[in-house]
Design a protein around this ligand. Structure first.
Ligand code: SF4
Length: 329
């Protein structure tokens, strides 16, 4: 069957696949209590890049990923896919955009239906988007299994018959089944043994090359995204704190929060200079009642009086290096 693709860019630069403007995702948990999980985030993701997104639990990174792929509706803000505002797309284009944007989840065990055979799990998207039927569908499933390092006969088995790493490969095959252009990988290796993590990362990098994919790769620590990301965004309590190329961020982290995350990464090379460990005091504050001004101020070793009063702008302080901190205003 022939597959349509989304129209070419209109409103954004040709190398921008996804543009997010002032995106907010709030959850009302009780009367008068709102969690601002994603609070006014604006980013662009370039075609073919891996954009790493890091932050502690509760930073809003997973909510941002799920909102981007349409699993949750934004509270406010605009998202352009291929230059077209997603909220103004007609049904046909929206369906195509939904197909081209896929997600891989953190816990491959929880995200695969235990009562379905692996072949049917992988083919779910193929069926939903009517991409193939009969033998063509079957061949496509076999091909996908082989592309992620599994075997065609695995199609008849159930998820519990596989290891954690193999289940994540099945999750990747399911995402690839509909020929996506953009994949949100929501902590795809966090639940895996360290020995398996590198294999899944290598597979994802190979597939990115072969399929021309763009990734939003979400992780809770910087060490995990360092080697695979072209650029990295650092989130804290729903806000973007810093954004730069992976090289620039590691060479010169500017935001005190990024500096603290960086100091916690073990130095792998023998003989390399040790970083001074910056220990953050306390846990992140509740997102229901975040601190006034800079949200990081209650844990920041450099906090000043202005930090409690004014939310720092997210500004470009060096070429392509953005930071939200009064130290750089
Ligand atoms: Fe620290 Fe103030 Fe910068 Fe926030 S704005 S990170 S509290 S110095």
């Amino acid at each position: 069957m022939t597959e349509a693709t989304i129209k070419e860019p209109k409103a954004t630069a040709a190398d921008t696949l996804l543009k997010i403007e002032n995106l907010k995702k709030y959850f009302t948990i009780q009367k008068d209590k709102t969690v601002k999980s994603v609070d006014d985030i604006s980013i662009e993701i370039k075609r073919g890049e891996t954009f790493g997104l890091v932050g502690e639990s509760g930073s809003g990174k997973s909510t941002l990923g799920k909102t981007i792929v349409g699993l949750q509706d934004p509270t406010e803000g605009t998202m352009f896919y291929n230059g077209v505002d997603l909220s103004t797309m007609d049904r046909k284009d929206k369906a195509l955009a939904n197909r081209e944007m896929q997600i891989i989840f953190q816990d491959p065990h929880a995200s695969l239906n235990p009562r379905m055979r692996v072949g049917d799990i992988i083919a779910e998207g193929i069926d939903a988007h009517r991409l193939a039927r009969g033998q063509e569908r079957q061949n496509r499933v076999y091909d996908l299994l082989e592309r992620v390092g599994l075997r065609p006969e695995h199609a008849r088995r159930y998820p519990h018959e596989f290891s954690g790493g193999q289940r994540q490969r099945i999750g990747i095959a399911r995402a690839l089944a509909v020929n996506p252009k953009f994949i949100v990988a929501d902590e795809p290796i966090s639940a895996l043994d360290v020995s398996i993590q590198a294999q899944v990362i290598n597979l994802m990098e190979d597939l990115k090359e072969q399929e021309g994919l763009t990734y939003l790769f979400i992780a809770h620590d910087l060490g995990m995204v360092k080697h695979i990301s072209d650029r990295i965004g650092v989130m804290y309590l729903g806000k973007m704190m810093e954004l730069a190329s992976s090289n620039d961020l590691f060479a010169e982290p500017l935001h005190p929060y990024t500096q603290a995350l960086m100091s916690a990464i073990p130095v792998a090379k023998p003989g390399a200079a040790k970083r001074e460990r910056i220990v953050l005091q306390g846990d992140p504050p509740s997102p229901v009642n975040p601190p006034s001004g800079c949200r990081f101020r209650t844990r920041c070793p450099h906090a000043m009086s202005i930090c409690a009063e004014i939310i720092p702008d997210f500004r470009e302080v060096k070429k392509d290096h953005f930071v939200a901190c009064h130290l750089y205003n």
